[in-house]
Write a new protein. Sequence first.
Length: 524
Amino acid sequence: MKILAYILAVSITLSACRKTDKVYPDPYAGGRDPLGVTLSTDAPAPSEATVGTVITFKGKGLLPHKDSIHFNFNGEAGEIVAVDSTGIRVKVPVTASTGVTSVSIGDQVFIGPVFKVKANLDIDPAWKGVVGASSWVNDVYRFSDGRMLLIGDFLDYEHKGVVKPIGRIVLISKDGEIDRSLQSGRGSDGSLSSISTLPSGKLVVGGSFGSYDIHLAEMHNITVLNANGSIDSTVVNTFEGKDTVPAFNGGTDGNIYKVFVHENKITAVGSFSYYEQYVYGVSDYLHERDSLVVDSVPVRNLIRFFPDGSLDSTFNYNTTLHRSNNGPNGPISDAFMQDDGKLIIVGRFTHYNGDPAPYIARINTDGSLDAGFGGAGADNQIASIRYNATTQRFMLSGIFRKFDGVDHQGLVMLKPDGTVDPQLVSLPMAADVSYRLAQQLNNGLIVVSGYFNKYGNVHRSGFMVLNPDGSLVAGYNNTADFSGSLTRIFETTNSSGQTQTLITGIFSRFNRVEISNVVRLLFK
């Protein structure tokens, strides 16, 4: 009886709820009727071709909309040749680049397959690397026999780090195969940013590290290596006896971005405030062991060493105050050393030692400002400077809009005296565009990388090749969308005389081929 009463009560409650339930409008009502259109993601015929080629894409339901269809190759409009019940035929436009295709009808978009543009730039088929490095590759040093040292922040290369640890430095053949003859041991405990060579053949490396191989906490972001990758070491007298330590005894309290060698002296730029050097042979307060005293001198962002690591106090130094002069009033992002030892720095600074230096300055060999290089300078940050000895031109890139008082949209070419070469006219750049690296090759073409999706009105994403006048080069558009940042463009020539460029940085693919942080391109 109680069960029956309970069921009756529930039924009455549910009935009451149904009477009071509100009816809400369908949120999807009024939407557009489906067009009945599909664009197949099957590979087109052909799936790779040069500009001007007519490509056939499979699709259904396109014919009724043939007069309102727009077809795009990676964002660039193609010329529709024919539409029928089985698909669509489209001519590849001159501005096309490798990427996803699509059909748009009104405001509805239908995604198609990937189409690869066949052109004059692609991964060099002679390059043996198929995986790349596990993280940033920052710099390259090429030996006379063609082998190359790569340095950066990687702990693996071509998955070979499982066999033997790769500590941010690796030796490879000219075609990218690992060379196990390097005697780097454990390598570095921190990032390596820059590499140069002394007249003796020994190598200078700078970065953000304190240990290399078995030498733990014995360095200050810079050291000297033998040509085989081992530490250049020496024996010193300590409080406890003798010890083997790095021969280069000196460094900085912060990161070193670039190192240069001129007349057997080492110049470094970075983000630091002090020069540091170990003092050996001093005991701790218990007189039981060596205290490893660290001597320090105020030096800001720009420094010069002797080959043994001692400080060169003739370079931008105030001997009265026993510290460096102020140098730039902001970060240095890049630098280039001329053959005469003068150093050109760029970055986010406006003064050098108190004198105007808008984002660029040339420094004399004594560390003083060489006023006038670059005219009135830029109106905003310069990210990189690169020089080509064949064309005798500097390329600057960044987020500036003016250089020497004239419109220059993030890119400018300079003559050796620092005056602007007017032949390069870069197209207007959007507010969110940042060019991170631009380098002119020996053939005059200019490679640009950074954060951008368009150049002018043409879709280009992260990587492009320009003519010396700043226009896009025809036939070098098979790069797809490039995501990442380049640190180095290292130019060589193959046996056929074709231009090769080893590109390094942080990226995961090129022209939709998966390859990480280092690969060689071929300019046909």
